[in-house]
Each structure stands twice: as C-alpha cells, then as structure tokens.
Write a protein that binds this ligand. Structure first.
Ligand SMILES: [Zn+2]
Ligand SMILES: [Zn+2]
Length: 344
C-alpha cells in the first residue's frame, strides 16, 4: 500500500466475495426531516456546490468564454459548429472520464479499496457487449450515441437562444430569479431524471431502450453515457426546461453539463476516490450502483427530492431496504403468477 492508502474497513464492510459496502447509509436531504436545523443547512449548502457543481460551473465558464461559436454563427444550424461542439464535448469527456478510468480502473491506484464490486469489468467478458467487452462497448456507445445526442440537444438549445425563439433573461435585470434558477438546477436534474428513468423501466420501453444501459451490472465510468440513443436524448433533454422556463443560456449549458459530465458520478464504482493522505473525494455513487445491481430501486438521484422514498423504491443498502425490495418483488411475482396460472 502506498502513502495515501486509507483503511476502507473503518468506513464499511467487505463480504466474502470482496464487495465493499459503506456502513453509513445514504440519507435523503436533511431538510425533509429537520428544515429549521440551521447548522445542517450550512454544511448541506457546502456539499451542494462543492466540489462537483463548482467543477461543472468551471467547465461551463470555459465553454462560454472560449469554446462556444459566436451567437451570429449559431443563428443558423450547420455541420461546422455542430461538429466543433461534438469534438469539444468528446474531448472533455475523454479527459474527465478517461482520467478516472486510467487511474482507478487501468492503473488501479487504490486497488479495490472502497470498491462496491470487487471485480473490474475488464475481468468479466460477456456476450451482451459488443466485442464481449464492457469497456469497448460502453466507450463506443458513448461516442456513437451519447455524445452526439447530447450535442444535438446543445445545438438546438443554443440555436433557440441565438434566434430569440425563447426568453433570454439578462443577469443585470433578473439577478434574483436567475440565481434562484441556478440553485434549482440540481432539483430539475433529479426530477427530470427520475421521471424519464422511471418511464423507461416500463417493461416494453425497458426491453427496447433502457436495457442497453443496464447491460453494465457492474458499472464503470464509461458506462455513464452508454445508452440507447433515445434514452440519451431524453436524458440530455433536461435542457429543454430552460426553453420553457424564462432562463439564460449559461444556466441551460450548466444544466446540460450537470447531465453530461455529471453522469459519471453514479458510475464511478468506488465510494471514495483517494486523493492525498487522509483526503478522499466522495463519489456519491452508491445509490445508483445499487440501481445497477438491483434494477428496480433508486430511479432518482441523491434524495434531494426524495421521489424514491415517496414511491417506495428507495434503497440505501440497509437490511430494511433489502427486505422492502424483496417483499415488493415477491408481490410482483405473485401477481404475475395469478395472471398466468400455468407458470406457477
Ligand atoms: Zn446508470
Ligand atoms: Zn435504470
């Protein structure tokens, strides 16, 4: 072990297979239970923006200041600037996802410490994947479908703003509303994701569309945007909210980056990424990891808007949650058997 290695058994347990699980179960946002606990608000707000949303905003500002074509150009849709944005998004994702993949999956700098599934995808070839390789399959789908559809959503959004087809509020005239909307972007993300995600778990849509993403039962960074093209257009379609609500293209772009760059969070596969001695980055990956493992739980995000809790599909890794899921499953099987008695 090197100098930065942490003892993951202080934070969780490892089963016989070597899979690690955190001892502290993820919680829904504290304010649903204690809205007036002002001390908690402070630490909540810090975690709300730092580090992931600060990162997405920094990337958004780089796009805004240096990478977006000028607004005159974007008045007309053309292959030139659309392909430019595809390249920008593709390189950005390659840098971010690729770095996590390289250090934690190829070089395996922290081995399986804090890793939910002891196996690495490269050790498990399977026929469900192109070329039997999860990595290659996921990588190709990201560049063939994920990033093109993201770019399409981005191009249409920018084109609408460039032509004045939608309201473009200025920061100087509407600072409070825009600040509020910016703060709400994670809420919009979670609600949008829950709704479309729950919808594509409806069996016919699941089979046709969403099963592609779920082929990766043990997800890694390249699984994040590895989706059927129709799923990715719905997923990145979160940006349309800013065409309906009075908004500003900077916020719309930030919303899109939260979806595109932020998709990696649920698919990191490690609970913490060790950075320097004693310091680690929280991945926030556990809930979505459990979704990939069990399929019919945790359709939403981190419990900011606890839709899974309200619909009875919240799974925080606890025994109680496991029992609830098993019970739901039994009921479902019983219902199916009642419908087709010959199966029972
Ligand atoms: Zn996923
Ligand atoms: Zn799913």
């Amino acid at each position: 072990m090197d100098g930065i290695a942490m003892d993951d058994l202080q934070f969780g347990t490892r089963n016989k297979r070597g899979d690690w699980a955190p001892s502290a179960h993820p919680q829904i946002a504290f304010f649903w239970n204690a809205p007036f606990d002002f001390k908690k608000w402070a630490s909540f707000l810090v975690g709300y923006v730092w580090p992931w949303n600060v990162f997405h905003m920094a990337v958004t500002l780089i796009y805004w200041n240096y990478l977006l074509p000028d607004w005159q150009t974007m008045k007309t849709i053309s292959w030139g600037w659309a392909l430019w944005l595809y390249a920008v998004n593709g390189i950005g994702i390659f840098a971010m996802y690729g770095a996590i993949e390289l250090f934690y999956y190829v070089k395996r700098r922290q081995g399986t410490r804090f890793k939910y599934n002891a196996k690495f995808p490269s050790e498990q070839p399977s026929d469900v994947f192109w070329f039997k390789s999860q990595n290659l399959d996921n990588f190709l789908r990201t560049y063939l479908f994920g990033i093109p559809m993201w770019t399409l959503a981005e191009v249409l959004m920018l084109w609408c703003f460039a032509n004045g087809y939608v309201l473009w509020l200025s920061w100087s005239e509407h600072p409070y509303w825009l600040a509020f909307l910016l703060l709400m972007t994670p809420v919009i993300h979670e609600v949008n994701f829950f709704v479309i995600h729950r919808a594509i778990h409806w069996p016919p849509l699941y089979k046709w569309i969403h099963s592609v993403h779920h082929n990766s039962v043990n997800p890694s960074p390249w699984s994040s945007l590895s989706m059927h093209p129709l799923e990715t257009i719905l997923y990145h379609g979160v940006v349309w909210w800013h065409l309906v609500l009075p908004s500003n293209p900077l916020i719309a772009l930030f919303q899109l980056h939260m979806a595109g760059y932020g998709a990696v969070n649920g698919h990191i596969g490690f609970d913490k990424l060790e950075l320097t001695e004693g310091k680690a980055l929280e991945s926030h990956a556990y809930l979505h990891y459990l979704h990939h493992k069990y399929f019919e739980v945790n359709y939403g995000g981190d419990g900011l808007i606890p839709l899974d809790k309200w619909f009875g599909t919240w799974h925080d890794g606890s025994k109680e949650a496991q029992a609830r899921m098993d019970e739901r499953y039994q009921k479902k099987v019983a219902k199916m058997n009642a419908r087709n008695p010959q199966n029972s």
